[in-house]
Design a protein around this ligand. Structure first.
Ligand SMILES: Cc1ncc(C[n+]2csc(CCOP(=O)(O)OP(=O)(O)O)c2C)c(N)n1
Length: 403
């Protein structure tokens, strides 16, 4: 380090660049006068504001629409299945359909997805079937996690979708490490990591951004700022102007986008990907949205926010209706095709539940495999114990779990 003070020009050559001296005792203000603007393409009525966005083809637009409707339908029916006691837990993505589907549409299949848990739409976009979702939710023997994970902890090697793990924000540093590995291997790909505003309130978020900035890791940090971390509103989480402003603190280019505008999300993520892959730089995207459903099936959000607020977001700001208005005006969808699409998807989801429910559960032995090459003595003992207990009390154990 060489701190050479240049008295003539009043600058300090300090690691990272020149620093000018000043005789003004100025603190950097804690806020800016105006909040960071939010990029959008479609107004609330689905009219493009201008032409400054990526033009998408009819086929892509229709797939975005179909997948958003599929996600919404899965949410409605799987949520009901939990209420009926057929599955133990569920999390909806209501209100965040554009974030899920349009961001996925802007990526390439070689890019790795590090989800939080409210992004099943990214997996849907990549071709994970409704039946595969249902098998996971029922934890049957066709579930790739062999029934060991909570419902909604989807994962797929085939789709480069890292398995969901509920401890909040652990995926953030992992995504940076994986992005760095992609860069070292000279791969033409990036990672994208999704997280909520609550995820940004953890230490892992800050560590991840700092490492990414320093290592020039090709990672897209995608924050779904939906206003709440369960019952904690963002106003109780941070005093900054949201999450977007935190990027600059770590030397990371950042953008704020309207998360309920599929075209804006698509365009922003496509540009972010270019920066990550061509320039080997991390990017932060903050999508402003609203969690239009309860946090999970264990939550009742009317206890901490007004029902009228939820209703307003569900209707006036619904991302699916906004996108629909746009594609209808483009002449790519009419009401007949729309109702056929919806009834078709509904049938598929109901059918998937019926099939998944009948598939037997993974065998007991699967509880003890896949961690150790040779199971240690304590696990062997536990397996013997559980088998003997079941033999003694068969009436207490489900009949669809093979021994
Ligand atoms: C480390 C950790 N702390 C607390 C929890 C409990 N928890 C589960 S989800 C959640 C809120 C996360 O909110 P956010 O990141 O904003 O995502 P959102 O649910 O709004 O999509 C919390 C606190 C957890 N799973 N892990």
């Amino acid at each position: 380090m060489h701190n050479i003070i240049d008295h003539h020009s009043q600058v300090l050559n300090f690691p990272g660049g020149e620093v000018k001296f000043t005789s003004n005792l100025n603190f950097i203000p804690e806020t800016t006068e105006e909040r960071v603007h939010c990029y959008r393409v479609l107004d609330d009525d689905g009219y493009p504001i201008n032409n400054d966005f990526t033009q998408i083809e009819k086929e892509v637009a229709l797939k975005i629409y179909t997948d958003m409707v599929t996600l919404q339908t899965m949410d409605t029916i799987f949520y009901e299945a939990q209420r009926q006691g057929r599955i133990s837990f569920y999390v909806t993505t209501l209100g965040e359909e554009a974030i899920n589907i349009a961001s996925a549409a802007a990526l390439k299949t070689d890019d790795f997805i590090f989800p939080q848990y409210r992004e099943p739409g990214v997996l849907l976009w990549r071709g994970f079937t409704i039946q595969e979702f249902a098998h996971q939710l029922f934890g049957n023997k066709n579930d790739y996690g062999k029934g060991r994970q909570m419902p909604i902890h989807y994962g797929s090697n085939k789709h480069n979708y890292i398995t969901v793990s509920s401890p909040v924000a652990t995926q953030l540093p992992q995504a940076v490490g994986a992005a760095y590995a992609l860069k070292m291997d000279a791969k033409n790909a990036c990672t994208i990591v999704y997280f909520g505003d609550g995820g940004s309130s953890t230490g892992d978020f800050h560590a991840a951004l700092n490492f990414a900035g320093v290592l020039d890791a090709p990672v897209i940090f995608f924050c779904r700022n939906n206003g709440f971390a369960i019952s904690t509103p963002v106003t109780d989480q941070f005093r900054s102007d949201g999450v977007v402003t935190k990027g600059q603190g770590y030397g990371i280019r950042s953008i704020r986008v309207d998360g309920n505008d599929a075209l804006a999300v698509f365009t922003a993520v496509q540009e972010a990907r270019k920066i990550a892959v061509s320039e080997h730089k991390p990017v932060l995207v903050e999508a402003l949205t609203y969690r239009a459903g309860h946090h999970s099936t264990s939550d009742d959000s009317t206890k901490y926010r007004p029902a009228t607020e939820i209703e307003w977001w569900r209707t006036a700001r619904d991302p699916i209706s906004r996108f629909k208005k746009w594609i209808e005006r483009e002449g790519w969808l009419n009401s007949e095709a729309e109702s056929e699409l919806r009834s078709n998807i509904r049938k598929q989801v109901l059918q998937a539940i019926q099939v998944a429910e009948k598939v037997e559960k993974p065998p007991i032995k699967d509880v003890f495999t896949d961690v150790y090459d040779v199971p240690p003595a304590n696990l062997q003992k536990q397996e013997t114990f559980i088998r003997e207990t079941i033999k003694r009390n068969p009436q207490d154990y489900p009949t669809d779990v093979p021994l």
